[in-house]
Design a protein around this ligand. Sequence first.
Ligand SMILES: Nc1nc2c(ncn2[C@@H]2O[C@H](COP(=O)(O)OP(=O)(O)O)[C@@H](O)[C@H]2O)c(=O)[nH]1
Ligand SMILES: [Mg+2]
Length: 718
Amino acid sequence: MKVYQTNEIRNIALLGSSGSGKTTLAEAMLFEGGVIKRRGTVEAGNTVSDYFPVEKEYGYSVFSTVFSVEWMNKKLNFIDCPGSDDFAGNVVTALNVTESAIMVLNAQYGVEVGTINQFRYTEQVKKPVVFLVNHLDNDKADYDSTVTQLKERWGSKAVQIQYPVSTGAGFNAVIDVLKMKMYKWKPEGGEPEVLDIPADQADKAEELHNALIEAAAEHDDALMEKFFEEGSLSEDEMRNGIRAGLISRGMFPIFCVCAKHDMCVRRTMEFLGNVAPSPDQMPNFKTTSGTEVKVESSGPTSLFFYKTTIEPHIGQVSYFKVMSGKIKEGDDLINADRGSKERIAQLFVVAGQTRNTVPEMAAGDLGATVKLKDIRRGNTLNGKGGDFKFDFIKYPDPKYRRAVKAVNESDSEKMMEILIRMHEEDPTWMVEQSKELKQTIISGQGEFHLRTLKWRIENNDKIAIEYFEPKIPYRETITKMARADYRHKKQSGGAGQFGEVHLIVEPYTEGMPAPEMYRFNGQEYKISVRDTQTIELEWGGKLVFINSIVGGSIDARFLPAIMKGIMGRLEQGPLTGSYARDVRIIVYDGKMHPVDSNEISFMLAGRNAFSTAFKNAGPKILEPVYDVEVSVPADYLGDVMSDMQGRRAIIMGMESEGGFEKLKAKVPLKEMSSYSTSLSSITGGRASFIMKFASYELVPTDVQEKLLKEYEASQEEE
Ligand SMILES: Nc1nc2c(ncn2[C@@H]2O[C@H](COP(=O)(O)OP(=O)(O)O)[C@@H](O)[C@H]2O)c(=O)[nH]1
Ligand SMILES: [Mg+2]
């Protein structure tokens, strides 16, 4: 392959709901580009894009696949992304290293929740979107309703550039109102016949052509002026206006295609080559230090590694974008994140798992290399004069978690290694060895996402693992003040132990006044604050520890031990062994023994005095509550609402948007355990949700009682 310059490159993410036809389209483009001699099919499991065993097993794309096609002197780099929201991490990555996105739609279903989800990701990174309506040969295809749904949601920004003469089994022609030509295909697709628009289509084509001219003129003042003066624009001027509209996201062109029969695929690639923005036509990237980096080959060499995979027989393949400068085979670079030196022994243009070497790549290009010594996804490698570091990809928050363990204890370490490696491959697979829950927790985007991980570990690495319900990171706190004292006394053969602590506990609230006087059972306790320590607890919330000892009843050297005892009890709360938080403690009195008092005595006395006081202070369990947002087609709203109400949800609001309802609620994490599965069964996979930690809230009394019983039972088992 020749070396393409920045303005000859187009980087495009292939998006769209599962089954909309992205992988089939990729296959047709690779075929038309001469990269493959025969088109495979998803059904036969022999496509270029779905080459991972798990993808063949499921018949879905699970990982994004990079491939390049040369078309009309342009280099089109595509990233075919999985459609399921469970694999959103791949979509977010692809959108960050490409300049525009094709959103494939299935003409049978129109705008799906998958379409909306993936469109949301394009909004987050402000990338141009071209709508491509596929499956036009399907008898249930409804192009007009699809266009109506697009306009309902995106208004006049959704502009038709093409429409099919007919849909269903007879589909073989498209009217293109940019070119003002009809494209017609033989059953085998491929090269079209380019014909004049037939008379019976002339009015409709003219109307859409004028609408397109007007839309194109809108995005460029000079074109607008020309349009007002002359009432029309040339084809090239329309292209420039459309490109400006794409880049500003003021215009989302609508195209037609039948990927399965390879119809209108060439025209789509032509449009991308002619109109989609090249890397240097989009806003500059920012480094972690805020420096703006222009995508130009005259700049210092800098590669950003956005993806790594382990491939059979070759090991790690590392995918990069040339952020600045040029890269040549044999170049030595420095890893800005890890400091290590790397030689780029080979440069590859990839198509799935096939790789072809190229001598050089220009700024903006997408390439791959192998056998790097010390690379991680997200690293930047710089040549001389380059000291850039990039970290611009923001991954979606996890929304499904499971505890995991190896079926055979002896595999645990290996399992951990693999899980960390998998996180390297898909950053939305997050693994954490939770000290608090004493579990290894995997979190991801959904049940399917974690099931895929399990499949890979069991089939590729031959390690059996099992998932189970993860514990909930509850918290404990108090709701009123209480006083307690505790004497720790031990007389055993050797040294004795003695320590007595008197303390008051009360709920901590930000900005509460310094303590002065307390009254318990009619007795007054005057407080004279000698020292206050405010500790931000690593698990959230605060501890305020006040020394109000007078008359030396406890020597100051024992206060750290008392604090240590209390911290130990905060780490393992008195109610259910969960972290306790937001407590103010005033140690106001105590007793010592000249010989037997020591640190351990006061640690234990402090710990137990605190426990007792805590239990008398209206102790409550707090649970993590999440803000949940569900996007659901209007006709499923009722079912989703009642299901939500069964999850102790507080509905916070609702918004309607183009036939979809956005439901906002606050829901305890406990109730969200397998929400992705339930939601998908309630709505037939036509809804989706996002969730974000909001706050800790008191659990209802019945839930508290249940948790206390469960904890007691678990203690008896131990
Ligand atoms: N009839 C018809 N089927 C198609 C078309 N494009 C894709 N398909 C089928 O739709 C299914 C999903 O296609 P796939 O490319 O995997 O979709 P993806 O999930 O978006 O990658 C497969 O069975 C394809 O054969 C098309 O234009 N017409
Ligand atoms: Mg696919």
